[in-house]
Design a protein around this ligand. Structure first.
Ligand code: FAD
Length: 442
């Protein structure tokens, strides 16, 4: 049962959660279903309309099942249930003709208790908020910003302010969990440090409407996301994802450092990646730095961090939100065990011991490897094309210049196009001497 103690007139919560994004709300549901009294401190009452984490794994859907929110989540999908949720990788341009099926998530469906799912993160967050609001021991404090914390032997005091006013007050909890995203205030105030691997890349996130693009991609039926590899991009992806079926898309890809909303032709960049012109109406243009960051510890005394506050990485593979939900599930039952007296305090140390190595492995064994192998294969492709072009075809060996079973990258590469904006690009965008025309002339 919820423990309600008084703290100078205020409630002592079992757990204070800072951040009501997907991970904070998941944790609140986990704790609320176990009868623990918790408060979620969230800066915004309105959910940000950016699709972000779309891929929800089978394991994540198990969490939704046990959070009694699976049916509502599946009903909130924006693409019909019988449409595919796998992807495709293409070389050169999206329509260039050289492609393979990628991350065919449909194939593993029969092996899990729950099916995987795909929907925009704002739709997922809306379902979680509604479920958390149903739980009587969960207090949702919207438009409230956490500013500082202080912990002692019995609990944690959190200083919060109204986002829309200037009033400040304190909340008291036995434990506090920072689920406040990659720029976490809680991580910093608790003195938890991070190790970062910087890829020195500025990335753009575009959300746009384009029924024309849907028509152009009719040749790839049942695909929900598309990755375009180009040797000028040094292994970094140009990634298109469907937000719904037929109209809305998101796209992320490297842009030159210093790019702003006004200094770059984003429509031309999309056309270049697709290999065709089409009408585009932008809904959102944002930027993020491509880096991997992991906290050096997920706990200090009574303060924990989870989700992007503990670890963040580029959305390669779609692990971010799924890893965060697993953090919430792992930490939730352990906090309940200790608070309800059926688990010893040492149990809480196993959260860090179990969860940090999983993220470290995801970052090292999937994300870094994916970038390295794409860098290598596009570089090999580029040099083999260069070698073949520099010597005449060997007819005795059956070689022909036309119809080779290898992708030909566009004569004027993406790097050349990007340089057309007179912004210096980071490593990997060396000039291709075979193509000295200006981007505008290609
Ligand atoms: C373009 C893009 C595509 C992505 N695709 C995928 C994908 O396919 N699959 C996947 O798994 N992941 C994906 N991700 C990553 C995913 O979006 C994140 O991992 C996920 O949002 C992390 O959830 P979180 O709750 O930990 O943090 P956040 O979503 O960042 O939520 C943090 C919350 O804390 C609140 N907050 C912050 N500071 C304070 C404060 N001081 N006081 C009060 N509230 C505060 C914020 O308002 C926010 O609501 C993608 C991300 C991007 C940018």
């Amino acid at each position: 049962m919820a423990r309600t103690e008084k703290n100078g007139g205020g409630i002592v919560h079992d757990v204070l959660i800072v951040g009501g994004g997907p991970v904070g709300m998941g944790l609140a549901i986990e704790l609320g279903q176990r009868g623990l009294r918790c408060a979620v401190v969230e800066r915004y009452e309105t959910i940000q309309p950016i699709p972000k984490g779309q891929n929800l794994t089978q394991r994540t859907m198990e969490h939704f099942h046990f959070w009694r929110a699976e049916r509502e989540l599946r009903a909130a999908r924006t693409v019909p249930a019988d449409y595919g949720i796998g992807g495709l990788t293409s070389y050169g341009t999206l329509l260039g003709g050289y492609h393979y099926d990628w991350l065919q998530r449909e194939l593993v469906r029969p092996y899990y208790f729950t099916d995987n799912e795909r929907l925009p993160q704002y739709a997922t967050e809306a379902v979680l908020r509604r479920r958390a609001a149903d739980l009587p021991t969960v207090d949702l404090l919207y438009d409230t910003v956490a500013e500082d914390l202080d912990q002692d032997a019995d609990g944690v005091t959190l200083v919060v302010r109204d986002r829309l006013g200037s009033g400040r007050r304190t909340l008291r909890g036995r434990y506090l969990v920072g689920c406040d995203g990659s720029h976490s205030t809680i991580r910093d105030k608790a003195g938890l440090t991070q190790t970062k691997t910087d890829h020195d890349r500025l990335m753009v996130l575009l959300v746009f409407r384009s029924p024309d693009l849907h028509d152009l991609l009719a040749r790839y039926p049942g695909k929900s996301f598309y990755n375009v590899l180009h040797p000028d991009l040094d292994g970094y992806w140009q990634f298109f994802g469907r937000v719904d079926l037929g109209n809305t898309w998101f796209f992320h890809a490297p842009v030159p450092p210093g790019t702003t909303h006004d200094s770059f032709d984003f429509a031309a960049y999309l056309h270049r990646a697709v290999g065709a012109e089409f009408k585009v109406a932008f809904e959102h243009i944002g930027f993020w730095d491509l880096r991997i960051a992991i906290a050096d510890a997920y706990r200090t005394e009574r303060v924990f961090i989870a989700g992007d506050a503990a670890h963040s990485h580029p959305p390669y593979g779609g692990y971010g939100v799924n890893t965060g939900f697993e953090d919430a599930r792992n930490l939730g039952w352990k906090l309940a065990a200790v608070l309800q007296g059926w688990g010893g305090p040492a149990l809480l140390n196993s959260y860090d011991a179990e969860r940090r190595p999983v993220f470290a492995s995801t970052a090292r064994d999937f994300i870094e490897k994916a970038i390295d192998s794409d860098r290598l294969s596009t570089a090999e492709q580029k040099s083999s094309i260069g070698r073949r072009k520099s010597r005449p075809p060997d007819a005795a060996r059956g070689e022909r210049r036309e119809g080779v079973a290898r992708p030909e990258f566009p004569a004027c590469g993406v790097g050349d196009f990007l340089r057309g904006f007179s912004l210096p690009f980071g490593r990997g965008f060396e000039r291709d001497d075979s193509c000295r025309r200006s981007s505008r002339g290609c």
